[in-house]
Design a protein around this ligand. Sequence first.
Ligand SMILES: Nc1ncnc2c1ncn2[C@@H]1O[C@H](COP(=O)(O)OP(=O)(O)OP(=O)(O)O)[C@@H](O)[C@H]1O
Length: 133
Amino acid sequence: MNMDSKDKHQVGKNHHLYQAMAHATAGIVAMVREERNMRFHVLAAVVALLLGWWFRISSNDWLWLLLVIFLVFAAEFLNTVTEAVTDVMVNHQYNVDVKKAKDVAAGGVLLAACFAVVVGLIIFGPHLVDLVR
Ligand SMILES: Nc1ncnc2c1ncn2[C@@H]1O[C@H](COP(=O)(O)OP(=O)(O)OP(=O)(O)O)[C@@H](O)[C@H]1O
């Protein structure tokens, strides 16, 4: 992951809240810019949010929807961290432990995405059935 910022040579701790926020924001921007899967998750989240608005879902449903959206995002962020750290550790050479770490991280994203699909079906399924009736 290439996270250019004006502090790109910084290796120590952040000194101000502003600096910490700037680096955290750079991380989010880099995820969306550089990770194709993340862009897909964002698109899916936007579609789900628009459907929620269109079908006027309940507060309880909004909570579930927001929970699964952020769960998938968090899993994808951890997946990218795992890839970046392990790639540096083995300098892109084949390594069985790196394979396990990457496969497990990817499995976490898959599980979160499956959970999101199930929640989406429970929330939107009845609305979509009503729509086609
Ligand atoms: N250094 C490595 N050593 C062993 N196996 C590796 C290594 N790098 C990648 N792999 C294998 O290749 C798979 C895909 O690798 P990686 O996650 O880096 O690529 P990717 O397809 O770009 O992932 P994503 O789409 O999540 O960004 C891993 O799940 C793992 O099985």
